[in-house]
Design a protein around this ligand. Structure first.
Ligand code: FDP
Length: 322
């Protein structure tokens, strides 16, 4: 099995980007270890703090965020970082070539129940004409990402990553401490009979999504003429990983629970990196209005509607909005 660095060189990834990726992965190996320690690591439970998104921040989120931030800012490779857990971007080295956005621990409600969680990251080139401490540096469309990936802290620790030459799976080999390539150029099947959505929000969705999901639930007695299965891990990393492995549609649609905040997922920390991975694997990643990676961000914590996964199923879902 190929190690990470040769696999990246095969995809013509520049050496400085390989170094940055290795830095990111060093942090994820440490998080992976701490996650596996569970209660023994004394990281369970909530702090009294709330993060900027208004959710109770778990201690492990704090630990993971600090780890990531410190290791990246010390590396010299990054001009700034932006994290789901930070109010603003944080300046790094003024000469750093890249900027990194990350969600240090996605699926935080799963921490306390020893269930699936992961780290999501997205890398852009740093604009030269914007100062390191300026949030505006991060206002770049997902289409300009040079690398995106996630590390899933599951029964095995997996890295799923793209640098624009396909989406590849790696597994952390704990015997030598490195990630080994286990599947190159993963392909998401175009058709599926599986969907992932938080059904408890159904009554708050817009009519097109209500109608689409109703037709899935009607199964072979409805217009789709086939039965659908539902899965919801409540960690986007886990749900998207399943979609990458065997197809499916994942959606967090607009809802009216909080009229001033119709969307839940974050463009920079969740939607864009997952969109890059899925598109590189032949899937689609959309909102009901267009391609996720075409969105020009207006703020670093922007939230968006997400409809992504198997190509034909995403197109089918979008046809309800026309
Ligand atoms: P979490 O807030 O627990 O970190 O980041 C948002 C997210 O998890 C996604 O990972 C997940 O898909 C979704 O929220 C879960 O939302 P519900 O609370 O509606 O289940």
């Amino acid at each position: 099995m190929q190690r990470l660095a040769p696999a990246l060189r095969q995809d013509n990834v520049p050496l400085d980007l390989i170094s940055l990726i290795k830095t990111i992965l060093a942090a994820t190996k440490e998080i992976s270890f701490r996650v596996s320690q569970g209660h023994l690591g004394d990281v369970m439970g909530s702090t009294l703090d709330e993060n900027i998104q208004g959710e109770v921040q778990k201690q492990l989120d704090v630990v993971a965020n600090e780890l990531f931030k410190d290791i990246l800012l010390e590396s010299g490779f990054v001009k700034a970082i932006s994290s789901e857990e930070e109010d603003h971007s944080v300046a790094g080295d003024e000469n750093g070539k890249y900027i990194v956005s990350f969600d240090p621990l996605d699926g935080s409600s799963n921490i306390d129940i020893n269930s699936l969680i992961g780290t999501i990251f997205s890398i852009h080139e740093a604009p030269k004409d914007i100062a390191a401490g300026d949030d505006d540096m991060f206002k770049q469309a997902g289409d300009k990402q040079v690398c995106a990936g996630y590390v899933l802290y599951g029964p095995s620790t997996m890295l799923v990553m793209t640098t624009g030459s396909g989406t590849h799976f790696y597994v952390l080999d704990r015997t030598h401490g490195g990630f080994l390539l286990v599947e190159r150029n993963v392909q998401v099947p175009a058709d599926t009979q599986e969907f992932a959505v938080n059904m408890s929000n159904q009554r708050f969705w817009q009519a097109p999504m209500q109608n689409y999901i109703s037709d899935l639930l009607a199964g072979d007695t409805g217009p789709r003429d086939k039965n659908f299965n539902m899965r919801w891990i409540a960690a986007m990393v886990g749900d998207i990983h399943r979609v990458l492995c065997r197809g499916g549609i994942f959606t967090y649609p607009a809802d009216s629970r909080k009229p001033e905040q119709p969307y839940k997922l974050r463009l920079m920390y969740e939607a864009n990196p997952m969109a890059f991975l899925l598109e590189q694997a032949g899937g689609l990643a959309m909102t009901s209005e267009g391609r996720i990676m075409d969105i020009e961000p207006n703020s670093i914590h922007q939230r968006v509607e997400v409809i992504m996964g198997s190509k034909n199923e995403v197109e089918k879902c979008l046809s309800y909005y026309k």
